[in-house]
Design a protein around this ligand. Structure first.
Ligand code: NAP
Length: 310
């Protein structure tokens, strides 16, 4: 009978307790679940990196840590963590939310909605937007979230390129990988979506040199992580009009400081890290399934590659 510690912020317990108990029962798992179990009795930790548990050495019989977030940059380098770590991949909740956010913001820029929503001079401009087939979109980071967004955008008719570290294949989408594939992925991107994890290899990936490879007037969406972009280089490209707009959901410092130039920049839209979030009902099912797999000796789903950092 596994003992499962819920180690996220205390206010999350009310949201997660019932879904977790139901999902564990549905997997046929007798269990003990709580927020305050003696560390030496704990088999699994359901974890959020902003929780108080930071020293895993006390958990002497720990089998795995199940992260509630997709991003693991705050836990992956923890030297006290010696057991497998799974990140959150939840098609019904987290992924669906990201697909909706990305599709909505792509369509906003593609259709030029802003010019009609705020039109104080009552300009009657009948120029139609191009069709989606004439608006190439590139997604940097072609994992669980990037591929789901690509599939939706491709279904709407956008020519989509997905870029990743290792080769990938998805029907109806152009793919490229590695440093060699980045040039073409950037140079065709009228809309660029960042869905990479935050690792040493992706820090400042979108620097001045790579921003310069984007077509004139490109739009950037960043629902990935703040450090993917060199903020000063982006501000310079926005000031010069080389980048027409950046819709940013994630930042190096969150909440975004009140005096940060992104807030007031006319070519920047700030959303407060709400592109997607973990939903307790569906996430609980993912966690229960993974604990059941581990208990039956099967490998964890969505295990983090500690050396790659994601
Ligand atoms: N804003 C929000 O609300 C929100 C919500 C959820 C997640 N996120 C962010 O979204 C990120 C992606 O989530 P996910 O579940 O899609 O992760 P994932 O499945 O691990 O996918 C990550 C993708 O990035 C690629 N990648 C990693 N390092 C790379 C490198 N150095 N060069 C090229 N490609 C690289 C991976 O390549 P391979 O396929 O070759 O491994 C993979 O395609 C998370 O890490 C998190 O930071 C944000």
């Amino acid at each position: 009978m596994p003992n499962i510690l819920f180690a996220a912020r205390s206010e999350k317990w009310d949201d997660y307790e019932r879904p977790l108990r139901d999902a564990l029962a549905a997997e046929g798992l007798d269990h003990t679940l709580g927020t305050d179990l003696p560390p030496e009795t704990v088999d699994y930790i359901v974890y959020a990196p902003n929780a108080s548990v930071q020293d895993f050495t006390l958990f002497t019989r720990l089998k795995a840590v199940l992260n509630l977030w997709a991003g693991v940059e705050q836990v992956v380098g923890n030297p006290t963590l010696k057991v497998p770590l799974a990140r959150m991949v939840d098609d019904e909740g987290l992924t669906q939310g990201m697909v909706e956010w990305v599709t909505g913001h792509v369509l906003r820029h593609h259709l030029g909605m802003d010019a009609h929503i705020v039109n104080p001079d009552r300009i009657w401009d009948t120029t139609p937007p191009p069709l989606s087939k004439d608006r190439p979109v590139t997604i940097l980071g072609f994992g669980a979230l990037g591929q789901a967004c690509a599939a939706q955008l491709a279904a709407l008719g956008f020519p989509v390129t997905g870029w990743s570290r290792t080769p990938k294949d998805l029907d109806g989408v152009l793919t490229s990988h590695g440093e060699d594939g980045l040039d073409a992925a950037l140079s065709s991107a009228q809309i660029l979506v960042l869905l990479l994890p935050d690792t040493p290899a992706t820090t400042d990936l979108l620097n001045a040199e790579r921003l310069a490879r984007l077509p004139q007037g490109a739009v950037i969406l960043n629902p990935g992580r703040g450090p993917l972009i060199d903020d000063d280089a982006l501000l310079a490209a926005l000031d010069e009009g080389r980048i027409a707009h950046a819709t940013l959901d994630v930042f190096r410092t969150e909440p975004l400081p009140q005096d940060h130039p992104f807030w007031a920049h006319p070519r920047v839209t700030v959303t407060p890290h709400i592109a997607s979030t973990t939903r307790p009902d569906s996430a609980a099912r993912v966690i229960a399934r993974n604990i059941a797999r581990s208990e039956s000796g099967a490998p964890l789903l969505h295990e983090v590659d500690r050396s790659a950092g994601y």
